[in-house]
Design a protein around this ligand. Structure first.
Ligand code: IDC
Length: 457
């Protein structure tokens, strides 16, 4: 029936009979498109397109529209496959957003070039049906008064989500330190104030390397520094992720005794706080899932004995890729989960290196496992290279849609493109203005600082 309507509508358009043949109500049932130019510069622009399906559910969709001006060209698109032929643009949904229930929406976007006045595209269609619908606009979320920790209180895992004190799913968005053995001076009152107040970050991840001149060289000193950073986050109403940053060697069991000592101490010291989340192994690599699970089942009871109600994040195989970087998949975890409650599984990605097959794994896994993106970069897995804006935007849109919390690598002035600040920033007191931000820092600040809409009942 839909096909027939679409065919009739097309025929009617061709014959110039639209008004006479198609009842307005039928046309309005198809879809609604919100097109927004989010930024524009000389000759270029970035636009977001929100497609809302007002018709029957679809399991695959193609959006069409027309560029009114001959100079308007799509340069790079995301969250879909984009192509342009003459003035006609075609956008085909990606694996993870191709299903749209009635009333559901997909967000896609692109950067483009233009030569004239950059008018808004016209003739939007969804699977061939004109998008002339309108919906009651949802009121914009009203941010609750108070800091993220004031509003959400003690967190816990409910189903596959991170939930707040009202048992409602929340997404925390924030930043990770670089290795605190190297960039300690970047974590001071001014930078933490900026993170809480200007970046409006919900979350501060404290990356305490174990090797590479980290914890193993001075357990007492690093434990005390982590505790003082937890306090600084708490004072500003941010959650703190205590990251036991194992990396090389990749088998977390190499550090098992150190992990037990460290977590027994920080869990006892911080048990009364509501803002602490424990991440027990940053990125296991070159090691099986069963060995990681065994490590987790020895460390988690140590934490629980001291701090029974805190959320614990468990790293996954293949540098916390849910096994994907080792040619495996999330099913090894789904089929053999860690024997503990109130835990989440880490997923890490670097947007220029990890793309569609990783996004597919996350969108599949998200309905089976509680996931926490405790680290990601906008660049390649080396921490350097060119920032991949399109892939980063795809990732963050997906995490927003799935309400998966994230922390970006890094809130630091490291001389590499993943760092949010230009080298030298930590000599001064400014951690927010465009003069100190790198391209990655500017993108992340713009994403993190949008209002939270934490449920309050
Ligand atoms: C990188 C840092 C780099 C440092 C290196 C040392 O960006 O300055 O020299 O560690 O080990 C990870 C790790 C994280 C890496 C990061 C980028 O968790 O420690 O930081 N990365 O390579 N996993 C994937 C990428």
């Amino acid at each position: 029936m839909k096909r027939l309507c679409a065919l009739l509508a097309t025929l009617a358009t061709v014959l110039g009979l639209t008004a006479a043949l198609s009842p307005p109500a039928a046309a309005a049932a198809g879809c609604k498109v919100d097109y927004t130019v989010t930024s524009q510069w000389t000759g270029g622009f970035q636009a977001g397109v929100k497609i809302t399906n007002l018709g029957a559910p679809v399991t695959g969709w193609t959006l069409g529209f027309t560029m009114p001006d001959a100079g308007q060209r799509v340069a790079q698109g995301w969250n879909a496959t984009w192509s342009q032929s003459g003035s006609a643009v075609t956008v085909a949904g990606a694996d993870w957003n191709r299903t749209l229930a009635t009333g559901a929406a997909a967000d896609v976007g692109f950067t483009g070039t233009f030569t004239g006045s950059n008018p808004k595209p016209t003739a939007f269609t969804l699977n061939g049906v004109a998008c002339t619908g309108s919906l009651e606009e949802e009121p914009p979320p009203v941010p609750a008064d108070g800091t993220p920790v004031d509003v959400n209180g003690q967190l816990h895992v409910c189903g596959v989500n991170l939930c707040n004190q009202y048992d409602r799913p929340v997404q925390l968005r924030g930043m990770s330190t670089h290795g605190i053995q190297w960039f300690d001076r970047c974590y001071n009152a001014a930078s933490l104030d900026a993170l809480a107040n200007d970046w409006k970050s919900d979350l501060f991840r404290i990356a305490m390397y174990v090797q590479e001149d980290g914890y193993e060289t001075d357990p007492a000193g690093f434990t005390s520094r982590v505790n003082s950073l937890v306090d600084m986050a708490e004072d500003r109403g941010m959650y703190a992720v205590i990251d036991f940053h194992t990396l090389t060697p990749g088998d977390p069991n190499y550090n098992l005794e150190r992990a037990k000592t460290f977590f027994a101490s920080v869990a006892a010291r911080n048990a009364g706080k509501k803002n602490v989340i424990y991440e027990i192994a940053n990125e296991p690599n070159g090691v099986s899932w069963s060995a990681i699970k065994n490590y987790a089942e020895q460390v988690i009871p140590v934490i629980r004995a001291a701090d029974p109600d805190a959320v614990v994040i468990v790293g996954t195989r293949g540098w916390s890729s849910l096994g994907v970087s080792d040619g495996s998949s999330e099913s090894e975890v789904v089929n053999n989960p860690v024997n503990a409650s109130n835990i989440m599984y880490a997923f890490h990605f670097y947007a220029a290196s990890h793309k569609d097959n990783y996004r597919s794994a996350v969108s599949r896994a998200a309905s089976r496992l509680p996931l926490f993106v405790s680290e990601f970069g906008t660049v390649t897995a080396t921490g350097g290279g060119t920032m991949d804006r399109a892939s980063t935007t795809s990732w963050l849109d997906l995490l927003d849609q799935l309400k998966i919390s994230y922390a970006n690598w890094t809130y630091s002035e490291a001389p590499e493109s993943s760092a949010a600040f230009r080298p030298g920033t930590c000599d001064g007191g400014d951690y927010s203005s465009s003069g100190v931000l790198t391209e990655s820092g500017a993108l992340l600040k713009s994403r993190i600082s949008t209002p939270d809409s934490f449920p309050t009942s």
